[in-house]
Design a protein around this ligand. Structure first.
Ligand code: SF4
Length: 283
């Protein structure tokens, strides 16, 4: 194969919220406390499997929790009514909610207490968004495009909060559209810097490369956004979870190969992918 170069994105892989959640899980397991996480701790099956082998059980609901187990809340956070139920049941909580997600929850709670009609800019149904919605007391809309903006009268007091991983350009587009429609509007920029930097970096990478490999869980929203951004730049893009999915024909006649990874992709997976790319390009 012709000469090739592998370029890594300027920012990629684990964000601090995910690192914190995994550290909390590992430390708890090492201290001898049994824990189960409510849903996979991150959107990465390989890392979930690694932690499972260490002792972290994944459960679908609190009714599956063992009598001697503590409950790990993952970085996306959970809805308020569920949190209250867990507290009522005196379940021991290991709270790995990302501080940035917790901040967004507090913003929604504040806007609700001040009587604002709340708009969350984000993906309806995403676990983080479900949690945010629960702090809004019911008078709340989730919007992912200007077309989805609810009816607004000029007298409405509007409060806007973003899903932490939402793309900044889409957030700004929707905020601009809403700004023309109401009198009193408060906007909290709750977008996460780690996501913003990874999204900016993949755009840069697309300008410098012929093909981009995006590593991350297929169900990871922030990874899919990296794929969307790279595709919108017109470069060949492949989204993989593991190195076994790589194919040599993806690199035929490609001199510059870009690699990036979602915020829930561990370094050991990225290293294996880099090794496999080198192997395929050397054949
Ligand atoms: S992507 Fe941002 S908000 Fe989400 S866990 Fe990571 S640091 Fe926290």
């Amino acid at each position: 194969m012709a000469e090739y170069h592998i370029l890594l994105a300027r920012e990629y892989g684990f964000c601090f919220g995910v690192k914190r959640a995994i550290k909390l899980a590992e430390e708890t397991i090492r201290s001898g406390i049994k824990i189960a996480s409510l849903g996979p701790i991150i959107h990465n099956p390989l890392e979930v499997e690694r932690l499972k082998n260490m002792g972290l059980r994944v459960i679908g609901g609190i009714e599956e929790l063992g009598p001697d187990e503590s409950l790990l809340i993952r970085s996306h956070g959970i809805p308020l009514d569920l949190l209250n139920e867990i507290k009522r049941k005196n379940i021991n909580i290991i709270d790995a909610t990302c501080p940035l997600v917790a901040r967004a929850q507090h913003m929604v709670e504040f806007l609700f207490s001040e009587g604002y009609k709340i708009i969350i800019i984000g993906e309806d149904g995403h676990p983080e968004v479900k949690g945010l919605v629960s702090y809004g007391g019911g008078n709340i809309s989730v919007v992912s495009s200007p077309e989805a903006i609810p009816d607004i009268t000029p007298n409405d007091k509007l409060g806007i909060v973003g899903q932490t991983t939402y793309p900044v350009d889409k957030f700004v587009e929707i905020v601009k559209e809403i700004t023309g429609r109401g009198w009193e509007i408060r906007v909290f920029n709750t977008l996460c810097d780690a996501s913003r930097k990874r999204q900016g970096a993949v755009k840069e990478l697309a300008d410098q490369t012929d093909v981009i490999i995006v590593i991350g869980g297929k169900n990871s929203a922030n990874t899919r956004r990296l794929v969307d951004i790279a595709e919108s730049e017109g470069v060949d893009v492949y989204h993989i979870e593991t190195w076994n999915e790589l194919r040599s024909n993806w690199f035929l006649n490609k001199e510059k190969i870009g690699v990036t990874a979602g915020a829930s992709t561990p370094e050991w997976v990225i290293e294996n992918v880099l090794e496999k790319i080198k192997e395929l390009c050397s054949q």
